[in-house]
Write a protein that binds this ligand. Structure first.
Ligand code: NAP
Length: 248
């Protein structure tokens, strides 16, 4: 798997950035996808290059199929695809379902669900032995929200992650005999910018006492689980959904 390319959507910040650094240190060449924060994406690339890794940044809003096709074209030029981390994900401002606009829900589903499925489609076309590929691994970012439902916060987001869980199981079974493993991580409360984008920067720390381990997790703790799933040590793991949540 070393020297193969790993595409990480939303690799510029948070869990995606930590995963980019961890996967690069294990020999992957990293394609850092980002939505708009080019400086953050270039900083991830620079951090990888500073440790003699290889990385490129590619602007890709996963809510746009055109961008996804361009992302994978750039990855093809960089090398042979070995991994996809479907990490890009968004939340809307905290609200009840009876306050949500159709536009908000459509955008959230386009990014979190359709974007992940379309990226997986492009990865399978390249990695499946059925298409002459050499196999690979696809990791989807779900959330413990898929089990909790996130009432009064973002039920639409929780539903999008429920869709990711079902997609993980179905795709895993579909391509299991074609050299591709598919798994998902369900992070709990992780200390990243995503909470600020929901309008509550302190959310993770406020809820920390409700976590059995009584603390928030770090992006690196999620990245560690992802790089294990990518590795040959997880060679018999597919269709698994792993909670990395301090017990939440
Ligand atoms: P984050 O800190 O908000 O970072 C989001 C990343 O996704 C950034 O790199 C951002 O790019 C990118 N992004 C945003 N919208 C995008 C779009 N439309 N297309 C492509 N990329 C886009 O998020 P995070 O907390 O690391 O979350 C990463 C994943 O873990 C998400 O799927 C999230 O749902 C999941 N998760 C997080 C938590 C948590 O507590 N943090 C818990 C459970 C699950 P720019 O830098 O260009 O904006």
């Amino acid at each position: 798997m070393t020297d193969r390319v790993a595409v990480i959507t939303g690799g510029s910040r948070g869990i995606g950035r930590a995963t980019a650094l961890a996967a690069a240190s294990r020999g992957f060449k990293i394609v850092v996808g980002y939505a708009s924060n080019e400086a953050a994406a270039q900083s991830t690339v620079a951090a990888i290059e500073a440790k003699n890794g290889k990385a490129i940044a590619v602007k890709c809003d996963v809510g746009r199929e055109h961008d996804i096709l361009a992302l994978f074209k750039a990855a093809d030029k960089f090398g042979t695809l070995g991994a996809l981390i479907n990490n890009a994900g968004i939340v809307g401002p905290t609200s009840r379902v009876d306050e949500m606009s159709a536009e908000r829900i459509e955008r959230l589903m386009a990014v979190n669900v359709t974007g992940s499925i379309l990226c997986a489609r492009e990865a399978v076309k390249r990695m499946s032995t059925r298409h002459g590929g050499q196999g690979g691994v696809i990791i989807n970012l779900s959330s413990v929200a898929a089990k909790l439902g996130s009432p009064n916060t973002y039920v639409d987001y929780a539903a999008s992650k429920g869709a990711i869980d079902s997609f993980t199981i179905g795709l895993a079974h579909e391509v299991a005999s074609e050299g591709i493993r598919v798994a998902a991580i369900r992070p709990g409360l992780i200390d990243t910018d995503i909470h600020a984008s929901g309008g509550e920067p302190d959310r993770a720390h406020r809820l920390a006492p409700m976590v059995p381990m009584k603390r928030v997790g770090t992006a690196e703790e999620i990245a560690n689980a992802i790089v294990w799933l990518l590795s040959d040590e997880a060679s018999y793991v597919t269709s698994a959904i792993l909670d990395v949540s301090g017990g939440r």
